[in-house]
Design a protein around this ligand. Structure first.
Ligand code: PLP
Length: 342
């Protein structure tokens, strides 16, 4: 049975071209700054997102946490969306590692984001933790992969700057945003001080994320990466795959078209609810109505070879990626229909 895995774009496996590049990568000890392939990836990545410097890290979570550690001091406050990855899925690390207090707010990653941020600000007062950082996320994962517009990012960035706050962008899928918006990724990254993006999601590298920002920020970030155990040695083997992955940016449009196709078919089924306005990139969030819970629906698909993830009691998530073809999507559509009308 063909297994079609739509749980996440992290399940993508390296292409033959990547494996060849990995096999042939020129390497050195990256803790000494001597891995030429890592250095090249960092230069190419910094240039791509319009920042002075970049750092290659093992995961997006580590990159986000290194950014928070570098931008903040103990006892400070970080404002972010209550559905953001950093708040929801990163194991409480800002408290565990950095001693910072997160202030989760509803709606920061929405059209009313700037107003939400204005409301979240507090005046200086001995009772309040000083706020030092705002974290954004684009595309917004738990928001259904929606694109946070340049206009919203700009307004939030300017509000933050008025108060001398730093802005970090969790851009795990920032290239999905730029491809969907049809613009250069810098149109988003210009409105943040630092940005993290994943090489290991839709771009298809086996491992790795990039953190980019000013030269000074990256110099300081390197110490925190080392402290967290992320100082690696001949990482050029992985960076080589990362460089090939960066050539996969424009093909993300195919994933978006596949997600759209899936959503447009599922929306016609009375047992499912899909908000098509939120299907903007490679994520389709589906609400399962009536008859079955999300877990039961996911299990029925599982037995027919289709994997999706359960996001809540009544919601499942499908994520399209390079290892899922249009034919696979057509097959998923017919399998879902069969489940409801056997
Ligand atoms: C996947 C993801 C991360 C974390 O990346 P890992 O490499 O899995 O640690 C961070 N933020 C967002 C929005 C993500 O989707």
């Amino acid at each position: 049975m063909r297994i079609i895995d739509l749980r996440s774009d992290t399940v993508t496996v390296p292409t033959k071209e990547m494996r060849l590049a990995m096999a042939e990568a020129e390497v050195g000890d990256d803790v000494y700054g001597e891995d030429p392939t890592v250095n090249r990836l960092q230069e190419v990545a910094a240039e791509l997102v319009g920042k002075e410097a970049a750092l290659f890290l093992p995961s997006g979570t580590m990159a986000n946490q290194v950014a928070i550690l570098t931008h903040t001091e103990r006892g400070q406050e970080v404002i972010l969306d209550e559905e953001s990855h950093i708040y929801y899925y990163e194991v409480g690390s800002p408290a565990m590692l950095g001693g910072v207090q997160l202030k989760p707010v509803a709606g920061l990653l929405s059209e009313r984001g700037p107003e939400v941020l204005r409301q979240a600000f507090r005046p200086p007062d001995i009772h309040f933790p000083p706020t030092s950082l705002v974290c954004l996320e684009n595309t917004f994962n738990r928001g259904g992969g929606v694109v946070i517009s340049q206009g919203i990012m700009k307004e939030i960035y300017e509000l933050a700057k008025d108060r001398n706050l730093t802005v970090h962008l969790d851009g795990a899928r920032i290239f999905n945003a730029s491809v969907a918006a049809g613009c250069n990724v810098r149109e988003f990254t210009r409105f943040c001080d630092s940005v993290m993006f994943s090489l290991s999601k839709g771009l298809g590298a086996p491992v790795g994320s990039i953190l980019a920002g000013s030269r000074d920020f990256i110099e300081r970030a390197k110490r925190y990466r080392k402290a967290l155990g992320g100082g690696w040695r001949q990482a050029g083997i992985l960076a080589a795959a990362g460089l090939v992955a960066l050539q996969n940016i424009s093909r993300l449009a195919e994933d978006h078209a596949n997600a759209r196709r899936l959503a447009e078919e599922l929306v016609g089924l009375p047992q499912l609810l899909v908000d098509l306005s939120k299907v903007q990139t490679n994520i389709v969030v589906v609400e399962v109505k009536g008859q079955w819970t999300a877990a039961e629906f996911a299990q029925k698909l599982y037995f027919k070879g289709v994997r999706c993830s359960v996001m809540g009691p009544n919601t499942v998530r499908f994520v399209t990626h390079k290892d899922v073809s249009r034919e696979d999507i057509e097959l998923v559509i017919s399998i879902v229909k069969q489940i409801f009308v056997p």
